[in-house]
Design a binder for this molecule. Sequence first.
Ligand code: PLP
Length: 287
Amino acid sequence: QWIYLNGDFVQKHEAKISVYDHGFLYGDGVFEGIRVYEGNVFRLQEHLDRLYNSAKSIMLSIPHTKEEMKNLVVQTLQKNQLHNAYIRLVISRGVGNLGLDPTSCGTPQVIIIAEELALFPKELYDSGLEIVTVATRRNRPDVLSPKVKSLNYLNNILVKIEASLAGVSEALMLNDQGYVAEGSADNVFIVKGNELFTPPGYVGALEGITRNAIIEIAKDLGYVVKEEPFTRHDVYVADEVFLTGTAAEVIAVVKVDGRVIGEGKPGKETKNLLEAFRKRVVLEGEK
Ligand code: PLP
């Protein structure tokens, strides 16, 4: 497996960075997770726009244009001969001294990893996920915008730890006012009749590329989509609940904090949207 590392392709076991890199020392950097379906990178432009916006927000200047970055992503796929893959694009602040000040850092490091994807097992798509809500809160948008997909994922990791302590594989994070924000690395939707609700960005959700694709697809299919804050209660009494993300695509949630959602199995609308999403992915690749 070849990894792109600052201008070279190196083998996985040789892809190493300095312990003085501020991405390692402080989580100072940004990243993206991107899917490739049958050789087509899904919504690469949107991922790059989000990456460059995240970088701009934390005053990190990526040492490539978006066009160059696109080519590097494609080259990484070709080098690894992958047609269906998950790509991890990482830009870290670079190698500096032990101080926090990023001005000590040299050029930001650019890393591209492409791997075959390990999704949730198929059984989980058939049965749906059981999840919980956790004590970890999404950071406030006025502190560090949740729109910034930074390398500092401690909150999200704590969510995973709390989920696994509760014996489940995923969990929902609330914001500091108690509104539902998102999962550890997924957005959340609830369904009521033919209406879909998902938390707006200001509640503390990353504006997921999959989330945005589902909003578009749902509107095309005639659903009413509302980006509105909601609470745990609304989740408990929803007809259906599902999560969206690059790796998970669309996955049903059938139990939240012990409350059975709907009939306790993946609902009709969730299945419908997953099917439409998978079709859209193929269609966009053919364009
Ligand atoms: N929320 C967080 C915190 C994430 O890290 C991710 C994953 O990228 C998502 C939501 C889902 O976003 P996307 O659909 O772009 O993968």
